[in-house]
Design a protein around this ligand. Structure first.
Ligand code: NAP
Ligand code: ZN
Ligand code: ZN
Length: 351
């Protein structure tokens, strides 16, 4: 299959930092869209996978699944995009399209497994798929999202993962007016969880380990912010929540939060800490609580979320970086020092 090389930044092993690399991208097939990447968000999942914390990484690994760019070329059967259009790519670039999950628009739960934007086996070229820390990407139009030309493109890029991963569970569990909703962790996902829960009309409580983020939590839309290390403040919240979304990237005690649910309340985890989290039976038995999970969101729902954000003026709070600052950005991310998403300006790849 004909390919063209593209500049990228890659990790060669679980122990390496990211460094410049050259990758091959396929020339557009009839249903493909070729996108020149303008911005790519930095998700904590990028770091988990670079360091093989989920024990499934294949190298070289080019991360990045919060991609916004401009269409360069399209294949002969593409109908929804033309050269010059804005386009987005999230966590998936393909799926089987025929299983029950795919037919329901839940490609993220595709039975044989979706093809992820990076760190999957590339069905066309073999070897790993390569993500958005690169100058260009070729994706089947069925997995390309439309981006409004009225939005801030850099601040929109992280919606492709942090946005949909919080929007989808809040919608699925019908978060809305009259409900008390908790968001745990004010990082990339958490800050979008706060914005969406507020936009959907709930009473929003942010839980953070960082006293320095209290003012930001209120500014971003939380009605209350609780510093989770304050045991007394935590106990005042006992048995009062309809729904809690857990967006923490590292080990933490979920039992503490399960006790904050009302009868029949649900705690949904989207964070993926490296190690399993112990749950005491009494944390779910008392109050008939539910502990659930949620993965990103389907393509149709991702488009719905992007359109909702464009209409309502919702975007991410970002700090723009150059690609050569990405390794330092990971160190800051590990310390919880992100306000609230790093976004790479891809023009810096060519400088
Ligand atoms: P992030 O920006 O690094 O934010 C994580 C936040 O968790 C931090 O800002 C911090 O918030 C809190 N935190 C960190 N370490 C903690 C600790 N030891 N104890 C308690 N709180 C801690 O990460 P992200 O990009 O939002 O991603 C969050 C998690 O979601 C990651 O594990 C990522 O892989 C996962 N993820 C899952 C999906 C999915 O489909 N389910 C999709 C994308 C990402 P405070 O300072 O406020 O405490
Ligand atoms: Zn992500
Ligand atoms: Zn499928």
């Amino acid at each position: 299959m004909p390919t063209r090389s593209a500049r990228a930044w890659a990790a060669e092993s679980a122990a390496s930092s990211l460094a410049p690399a050259s990758i091959e991208r396929r020339e557009p097939l009839p249903s493909d869209v070729e996108i020149d990447i303008l911005f790519c968000g930095v998700c904590h999942s990028d770091l988990h996978q670079i360091r093989n914390e989920w024990q499934n990484s294949i190298y070289p690994l080019v991360p990045g699944h919060e991609i916004v760019g401009r269409v360069a070329r399209v294949g002969s059967t593409v109908t929804r995009f033309k050269a010059g259009d804005l386009a987005g790519v999230g966590c998936m670039v393909d799926s089987c399209r025929t299983c029950d999950a795919c037919r329901r628009g839940l490609e993220q739960y595709c039975e044989p497994g979706a093809t992820y934007t990076y760190n999957s086996v590339d069905p066309h070229l073999g070897g790993p798929t390569f993500g958005g820390y690169s100058e260009r990407v070729t994706v089947d139009e069925a997995f390309v999202l439309r981006i409004s030309d009225r939005v801030d493109l850099a601040a929109t890029a992280p919606l492709l993962c942090a946005g949909i991963t919080t929007y989808s569970p809040l919608r699925h569990w019908n978060v809305g007016p009259g409900q008390k909703v908790g968001i745990i962790g004010l990082g990339g996902l958490g800050h979008m969880g706060v914005k969406f829960a507020r936009a959907f009309g709930a009473h929003v409580v942010l839980f953070t380990t960082s006293p320095g983020k209290v003012a930001d939590g209120l500014r971003l839309g939380a009605h209350e912010v609780v510093v989770s290390r304050d045991a007394e403040a935590m106990s005042r919240q006992t048995a009062s929540f309809d729904f809690i979304l857990d967006a923490v990237s590292a080990a933490h005690d979920v039992n503490t939060y399960l006790h904050l649910l009302k009868i029949d309340g649900t705690l949904t985890i989207v964070g993926v800490p490296e190690q399993p989290l112990p749950i005491a039976a009494f944390s779910v038995i008392g109050g008939r609580h539910r502990f659930a999970g949620s993965g990103i969101g389907g393509i149709q729902e991702t488009q719905e979320m992007l359109d909702f954000c464009a209409e309502r003026g919702i975007a991410c709070d970002i700090e723009m970086i150059r690609i050569d600052q990405v390794n330092d950005a990971y160190e800051r991310m590990l310390k919880g020092d992100v306000r609230y998403r790093f976004v790479i300006d891809m023009a810096s790849l060519k400088q």
